[in-house]
Design a protein around this ligand. Structure first.
Ligand code: G3P
Length: 234
């Protein structure tokens, strides 16, 4: 069981943002213009499973969604990461370059941020890594909750600890993007910890709507309404 202490608030942001963690255009289109979708994240595995050309997919997503769309570099040396990042950033104004949390990744992050290109530092599994990413000027840090849970630790503790650390330093502007989310509980707990963003598979976003009492209640309302023989003009 997770004990939640609401002592720390990351920063004064207007709302928690929801991103979809998918490259599936149809799924993204379903939630575009609903007020629920604030951005999209992808990674090389997601792109591979969707099976369509990377840059075309990113361009199509950017047309559907105004908010940040993460596109990940695949090089491991910072010079090539930088070249790939600059190239991908030209696809659209809302592309965010995703780099892994390695020494080269953070060098590329710092250089891209100097050029005012937004960066999402991914594959974060420790508070020390999150501290480094904030110092390198990352726009987003992506701690992977589910993958920490998978190896028997509490992924959510990492979100709480990063939120605490970042809140100590007002000059850190890095937003906490809770990633590797596997369930609605992950989303709500990340919100309780003060994560700025939760990125989730479409399945999890759909699960957030569901409650059996909502279904039962609606069924009863509609049955009672039918018995009145009334109609609402439309
Ligand atoms: O955003 C990172 C995410 O795609 C990783 O999720 O489920 O592969 O651990 P997962």
């Amino acid at each position: 069981m997770i004990v939640i202490t609401l002592t720390y608030i990351t920063k004064n942001i207007a709302k928690m943002k929801f991103f979809l963690d998918t490259a599936n255009i149809e799924e993204i289109a379903e939630f575009a213009n609903t007020g629920l979708l604030d951005g999209v994240t992808t990674n090389p595995s997601i792109i591979a499973s969707y099976g369509k050309p990377f840059e075309e997919v990113i361009a199509a997503i950017c047309k559907l969604v105004d908010g940040p769309v993460s596109a990940e570099v695949t090089a491991t040396d910072h010079e090539t990461m930088l070249k790939q990042g600059r190239h991908l950033a030209q696809i659209a104004n809302n592309v965010v370059i995703k780099v892994p949390l390695t020494s080269d990744g953070l060098k590329a992050c710092y250089a891209l941020r100097q050029e005012e290109i937004d960066v999402n530092v991914t594959l974060c599994f420790s508070t020390g890594q999150a501290l480094l990413a904030a110092k390198a000027g990352a726009t987003f840090i992506s701690p992977f909750i589910g993958r920490i849970d998978d190896i028997g630790y509490q992924g959510m503790n990492l979100i709480q600890e990063i939120a605490q650390i970042y809140s100590n330093y007002p000059d850190f502007n890095t937003q906490i993007l809770a990633a590797s989310i596997r369930s609605p509980l992950h989303v709500t707990e990340a919100a309780q910890m003060g994560a700025d963003v939760a990125t989730m598979p479409t399945k999890v976003l759909k699960q957030l709507f569901k409650h059996p009492l909502t279904d039962l209640g609606l069924e009863a309302f509609l049955k009672d309404w039918k018995n009145t023989d009334q109609k609402i003009s439309a």
